[in-house]
Each structure stands twice: as structure tokens, then as C-alpha cells.
Design a protein around this ligand. Structure first.
Ligand code: ADP
Ligand code: MG
Length: 365
């Protein structure tokens, strides 16, 4: 055992073990990851790790992941709590599949589409007493630079007729900047925020952003991505409360409203593999180094948040060490809820990276 028992913590960690895929079968790979029956415990070689949840390969069915890990965060959104879901793992481990950030298989499964279903179902049941405003942004961080995936002018194939509402894109806009308001709210100046009214509009934002996401090719996966992709849903609610009456029947306050605003970040992180393993040239290596900076900072932030003792001592949480952690600052820690899903391949050829991923995820608990 490399860690203690599952204490209640602001960060939950799940492992998602995908099946062996075609390529791995063709190479004659063996399964090198086992799940201890009935426990959220994963074994690889002589190592054993316990997490909050384990899905796939003898663990819980992956279909239970949304309900257990993400649905509570969507509920929290309606109560005004920010939240973050992170998919971590080496390229090819199933991050994009798990999050549903890619539409390249023409497939709409994954966590983000399920978030959309539940979000709009809930809004439907509440809309009598509450006014909702929903906004979506979709950005990626590549080499410590933020790129707006919903900015049609940067895609070069603008299609203004596809039914997106409220899109405001300025020509020649300045680069995106991460800002913090005096009350600690993080904003992204210069990104497109799309007002969406329907699930269809939200899905089309996901699709459009997924298509414009930067991908680079390496010898690990030619669709590999070394950027962090962040799909953010902001939910504003104005709840109309019953008016409060004086004994004589006059109203004390007929503007009795309750305002809540919260956001949910759904993050498909860059591949966690070491730059050397991509076997690429100098340029690619530089990207790798930068991406590691985000993942490194994220690991440090999450581990600082997860450490009860450190938190009580008011230890500095190093949010400012990368764009990724800076951007997620108001949605990691504090009252926010965070779920990290460590995605792994069961194949023996990936054993070294799988072990790295499990160690990283283990630090988060
Ligand atoms: P990543 O985003 O981590 O690079 P992908 O999500 O692109 O990885 O997955 C790599 C390949 O594995 C894809 O072909 C994908 O369809 C497949 N895959 C990933 N997870 C699963 C899964 N749970 N079940 C079946 N196939 C999967
Ligand atoms: Mg991917």
C-alpha cells in the first residue's frame, strides 16, 4: 500500500482503465493492470494504489462514472459552487474519450454530453421559479498561451449561419488574458463566451471547439494533443423568491431575488508522457516542457489542497506557477469541488507511464 485510507477530501480521484485497443492487440500486448475485486484498488507490478473510484477492467462499470463523480458537481453548480473535472493521463489513455471532448469518432458519449443532458433537464424542472443564463467558453492552453477555440475568426472557416446565439468576436482581438477580480473571481479577458439557451446550442459549441483544437503528431498517437482543453459552463441564476409582506399586507421587499453564479470546468489535459518518449524534435520537446509546467503546477496545487495538515497551516498553494492553475484557481480548493480522472491503458508496453499516472493521481489524495 502506498497510501492511507480514503479520507474525506475536497479532491476526489478516480481511475479509468480503458480496454486494450486494436493497436495494442495487434502488437500482442498483455494486460498488466489488475483491480482488487470489490475495492477501488489498482495493482501494477509490485505497486498497489487505492483511490476513491476505479472504473473498467474489473472495477466499477464506466457507465457509473458520471453519476458517482460528476453529477454531484452539476448539482453543486445549482447551489453556487464552482467545480472542476480533470482528465489526466498519457496520450492514448482515453482522456478525450472519457471527457467527450472529441467528436472525431462521430460519437457523443463521454462526460461532457452527459453534463449537458442533466444540466438542461434540471433547468427544465426549475425554470418556473428561476431565470437561468448559461454561457460557454472553450479554450486551450498550448505552450503557456491561451487560445480561444470558439473564436471563429481564428479558425478561418467562419459559419455564422449555424445557429449560435450571442457570439461576439472582435476582429484583431488582443491575446486572451487571465484576470482576477477583487473578490477573487478569475475571468478570461478576450475569450468568446457564447450565451446558450438550448442543449443543441451548447453541443454545437463543444463540437466547434473540438474541431479547432490544436493537435500535433508524435510517434505515440497521430491525433495526440499537447494542449490542455478547457470547456467551461457558467450558470447564472436569478431565483424569484416570494415577496415578504408586512402585517398590513404591504410588501417589505418585492424585489426579493436571489442571485447565484457558478462555473464548471471540464478539462481534457495534455498528455502526461515524458517529452523524451515522443521521440520528437527540438520544437516538440519545447512544447512538452511547457505542458509539463502546467501538469507539474497542477500536481503541486492539488497535492497542497489535499493535504489536510498543510491546509490548516495555511500553506501557500502555488496557483500562479502556470496558466492552467491560474485559470482554475477559483474552481480548485476552497468551496469548490474537484474530480480528477486518471486515465490509463492496461497494456504492458505502457506500464511505465501507467505507473507514473497512478503515482501522480495518488499524490492528489
Ligand atoms: P487521449 O485523449 O488520452 O489521447 P483517446 O481518448 O483519444 O486518448 O483514446 C485513445 C484511443 O483509445 C481512441 O481510439 C479511443 O477511441 C480509444 N478508447 C479510449 N478509451 C476507451 C474506452 N474506455 N473504451 C474503448 N475505447 C477507448
Ligand atoms: Mg485526447
Amino acid at each position: 500500500m502506498e497510501n492511507g485510507s480514503a479520507e474525506d477530501c475536497c479532491v476526489k480521484v478516480a481511475v479509468h482503465i480503458r480496454p486494450l485497443i486494436g493497436d495494442e492487440r495487434l502488437q500482442g500486448c498483455k494486460d498488466c493492470v489488475t483491480v482488487v475485486p470489490g475495492k477501488p484498488q489498482v495493482q501494477i507490478g509490485t505497486h498497489s494504489f487505492t483511490f476513491d473510484y476505479v472504473y473498467g477492467s474489473g472495477g466499477s462499470p464506466p457507465s457509473a462514472m458520471f453519476e458517482e463523480c460528476v453529477a454531484p458537481l452539476v448539482d453543486g453548480l445549482f447551489q453556487g459552487y464552482n467545480a472542476t473535472v480533470l482528465a489526466y493521463g498519457q496520450t492514448g489513455s482515453g482522456k478525450t474519450y472519457t471527457m467527450g471532448t472529441g467528436f472525431r469518432d462521430g460519437c457523443q458519449t463521454g462526460l461532457i454530453p452527459q453534463v449537458m443532458n442533466v444540466l438542461f433537464e434540471k433547468i427544465e424542472t426549475l425554470k418556473q421559479q428561476t431565470e437561468f443564463q448559461i454561457r460557454v467558453s472553450f479554450i486551450e492552453i498550448l505552450k503557456e498561451e491561451v487560445r480561444d477555440l470558439l473564436d471563429l475568426s481564428s479558425v478561418g472557416k467562419a459559419d455564422a449561419s449555424n445557429g449560435h446565439a450571442g457570439r461576439a468576436t472582435l476582429p484583431g482581438k488582443p491575446p486572451v488574458q487571465i484576470r482576477e477580480t477583487s473578490s477573487g473571481v478569475i475571468t478570461l479577458a478576450g475569450t468568446t463566451e457564447v450565451d446558450v439557451r438550448t442543449q443543441k446550442e451548447m453541443a454545437s459549441c463543444l463540437e466547434q471547439g473540438s474541431l479547432s483544437r490544436a493537435t500535433g503528431s508524435t510517434n505515440m498517437n497521430n491525433q495526440s494533443s499537447r494542449s490542455h482543453a478547457i470547456f467551461t459552463i457558467t450558470l447564472e441564476q436569478i431565483r424569484k423568491l416570494d415577496p415578504v409582506f408586512n402585517t398590513d399586507g404591504t410588501t417589505i421587499d418585492d424585489m426579493n431575488e436571489d442571485y447565484l453564479c457558478a462555473k464548471l470546468h471540464l478539462v481534457d489535459l495534455a498528455g502526461s508522457e515524458r517529452a523524451k518518449r515522443t521521440g520528437s524534435d527540438g520544437l516538440r520537446f519545447k512544447e512538452g516542457v511547457h505542458i509539463n509546467k502546467g501538469l507539474l503546477a497542477l500536481g503541486n496545487v492539488i497535492s497542497a489542497l489535499g493535504d489536510e495538515k498543510k491546509r490548516k497551516e495555511g500553506v501557500h498553494v502555488p496557483y500562479r506557477d502556470s496558466k492552467l492553475t491560474r485559470l482554475l484557481q477559483d474552481s480548485l480548493g476552497g468551496n469548490s469541488r474537484t474530480v480528477m480522472i486518471a486515465c490509463i491503458s492496461p497494456a504492458d508496453i505502457n506500464a511505465e507511464e501507467t505507473l507514473n499516472t497512478l503515482k501522480y493521481a495518488n499524490r492528489a489524495r
